[in-house]
Design a protein around this ligand. Structure first.
Ligand SMILES: [Zn+2]
Ligand SMILES: [Zn+2]
Length: 382
């Protein structure tokens, strides 16, 4: 089968690799029809993780089931499914408590949480390929309704970024009528803005500096805060009568940088502490890593950041962190799409055949104007 294979920093190619196959009776085999390039793929693409050369990327996957193991009894051949990026067993203590983001059995002992095609997240191959093996298939597959094909670019957001954006807002503690500031207007930040709007936020502010992203944000009625035009904290204060936003969401991660490209892994966290009101809440879904050998300074190289902990504590804020437990939300977000309440595909700028993945990575990684979200379609002719 063809797959997007990593060969070192900023070097991917579409290679012929051994077909994914059913390896255990609980597996399903899925023919991928849509698979996104994610911002977190870029950390790996840039060589800022220990992702192994020769592995296949891709954790945001939709496809058709073409085979099931003998122990799979709910999922059927022919089902069109969304696979949460979390690989989860369904039976461990954390899975039983709904914390599929910290499954205790899908990674090596001592590490909780797993994902397809992801650094340090277990052995699972990615879905930027013609075929994907989905383990514990009855647990991990979410079946999609009749309109699965026609709304494919909406449903493909269910495997990661829509639930992840939703999770950031939920962790912030947003209540209807409250305001929220979201740092980062990339795909996850856009989904956080869509989520906050859907949950009834009175004012949604999104900090970014790229004109294409600010346009998308404004299309759904959120306020774009352009941090190339001055302090984002000051701008948020102006929008909130000097009080700060009720809630905040971090959708940037450890490669946060200023408009001149200088990296500072604490920049968005500290701006959030300053932008959110006393006793407000913050949800952090941007990726941070325990070790970052390519980091710009000694602290960063060891996964540490100079957090304004004094202000954070003094202001009585709380913060939720970590990856999203996709299964906690995806069934309900699927219904919002099916009933036309939301259209997360509004951020998609490019639908491309798998063969064009190397070019797409290059453009998306360079944050080129107009490359806001790429969906790859392995079945589509070049
Ligand atoms: Zn993702
Ligand atoms: Zn588990």
């Amino acid at each position: 089968m063809k797959a997007v294979v990593y060969h070192g920093p900023r070097n991917v190619s579409v290679d012929e690799v051994p077909d994914a196959k059913i390896e255990k009776p609980t597996d399903a085999l899925v023919r991928i029809t849509a698979t996104n390039i994610c911002g977190s793929d870029l950390h790996m693409y840039e060589g800022r993780t220990d992702f192994e050369e020769g592995r296949v990327f891709g954790h945001e996957n939709v496809g058709e089931v073409i085979g099931v193991g003998d122990a799979v009894d709910k999922v059927k051949v022919g089902d069109v499914i969304s696979a949460p990026f979390n690989v989860a067993c369904g039976h461990c203590r954390n899975c039983e408590e709904g914390l599929t983001n910290y499954c205790l059995r899908a990674n090596e002992p001592g590490i909780a949480g797993a994902a397809y095609g992801f650094a340090d997240m277990g052995p699972w191959q990615g879905g930027q390929a013609e075929l994907l093996r989905v383990p514990w298939a009855d647990f991990n597959c979410l079946r999609l309704p009749e309109d699965a094909r026609e709304k494919q670019d909406d449903y493909v957001m269910l495997s990661d970024i829509f639930p992840t954006g939703w999770h950031s807002v939920r962790m912030s503690g947003l209540r209807p009528g409250e305001s929220i500031v979201i740092y980062g207007g990339g795909p996850v930040g856009c989904m956080a803005a869509l989520s906050a709007t859907t949950m009834g936020a009175s004012k949604v502010m999104v900090v970014d500096r790229h004109p294409d992203r600010l346009r998308l944000i404004e299309q759904i009625g959120a306020i774009g805060v352009d941090d190339s035009k001055g302090s984002p904290v000051d701008q948020v204060m102006e929008h909130t009568n000097g009080m700060g936003a009720d809630r905040g969401a971090e959708c940037v991660g450890y490669q946060a940088h200023d408009p001149h490209g200088h990296e500072d892994n604490s920049a968005t966290l500290n701006d959030l502490v300053s932008s959110v009101r006393f006793t407000g809440g913050i949800g952090t879904v941007g990726v941070y890593v325990p070790q970052d050998p390519g980091g710009p300074n000694e602290l960063a190289k060891h996964g540490k950041a100079p957090l304004d902990v004094g202000s954070f504590w003094f202001r009585g804020q709380h913060m939720g962190t970590g990856q999203c437990p996709v299964k906690h939300y995806n069934r309900y977000l699927r219904s919002l799409i099916a009933e036309d309440k939301v259209k997360p595909s509004w951020i998609v700028s490019h639908d491309l055949p798998l063969d064009q993945a190397p070019e797409a990575y290059k453009h998306f990684d360079a944050r080129e104007e107009g490359w806001t979200k790429v969906v790859l379609h392995p079945g589509q002719a070049a």
